[in-house]
Ligand binder design. Structure first.
Ligand SMILES: [Zn+2]
Length: 266
């Protein structure tokens, strides 16, 4: 990496062999967490970020054990880095979108238009990144290439990393093929955009509020110890239950804001 390149990714080991990777220079709407999980036999990475900066150079060791990327759903902030992985999996309901190339832009107005987001009178950011990753980077060149999958995931599928097993939970609503991944042994849920501690988005063109409500009913009763979401900070079962119940009371469903502001600004 050149000396004048920005340190694009932030990393934190949140539990043994569980590393959160985030993108602090990305606008909150598309600044996602992704999760590097190390098993005894192999690694997986849950989601892959926006793909502005190549992961292979920026995150030493990430590709050492040829990890599989598990995509929680087909949105740019979760799949942009996925082409770097040789082994790619997502729910079958997202495969078509991924193969077509997910809508993507670093320009706010163009991105809102492509995703079908209604800004509802809020200012639209001109650029979705607050700095360029390096000199000469041209945001106009950003795109997410069409992606094929090696493995199609369905509800109940299990992914065994050796000493660590993830169970696929199909929880549609945000998108038709949204999934979360549950490690039952530790009660750890990787929830993607199904649930995080901020305004949830259920008003995109392929969102489904009725399906989202069923997903939230399921989550309200799920026994977990910690949720590692696709956006913002991690939280416990009590907060998960509160977030699910808040959604089911209808508040999240009627808030048109596309932003994901957290109370603590993360
Ligand atoms: Zn999303």
């Amino acid at each position: 990496m050149g000396a004048d390149m920005v340190d694009w990714y932030a990393r934190a080991e949140v539990a043994r062999d569980v590393i959160r990777i985030s993108e602090p220079h990305v606008n909150e709407l598309v600044s996602a967490n992704f999760w590097w999980l190390r098993g005894n036999d192999r690694d997986v990475v849950v989601d892959a970020g926006l793909g502005v900066v190549a992961l292979r150079e920026a995150i030493p060791g990430l590709f050492e054990r040829d990890p599989m990327v598990l995509l929680t759903h087909a949105h740019l902030d979760h799949v942009g880095g996925a082409p770097e992985f040789g082994d790619r999996a997502a729910h079958s309901a997202e495969a078509g979108l991924l193969a077509a190339g997910v809508p993507a832009s670093l320009y706010g107005a163009e991105l809102y238009d492509k995703l079908g987001i209604d800004a509802a009178g809020e200012p639209v950011p001109e650029l979705m990144i607050d700095t360029l990753p390096g000199p000469g980077y041209d945001p106009a060149t950003y795109r997410v290439e069409p992606l094929t999958l090696n493995r199609l995931l369905g509800d109940g599928d299990r992914i065994d990393l050796g000493g660590r097993v993830l169970t696929v939970l199909h929880l549609p609503g945000h998108t038709p093929g949204s999934i979360a991944l549950l490690e039952e042994r530790t009660g750890t849920l990787y929830s993607g955009d199904v649930v995080y501690d901020s305004a949830l988005i259920d008003n995109l063109p392929n969102s489904d509020v009725a399906a989202y409500r069923r997903s939230m009913e399921f989550l309200a009763d799920l026994d977990v110890s910690v949720v590692h979401p696709g956006h913002g900070h991690s939280f416990d079962r009590t907060r998960l239950r509160q977030l699910a119940q808040t959604y089911l009371r209808g508040r999240a469903g009627v808030v048109p804001s596309p932003t994901r502001r957290c109370p603590d600004g993360t």
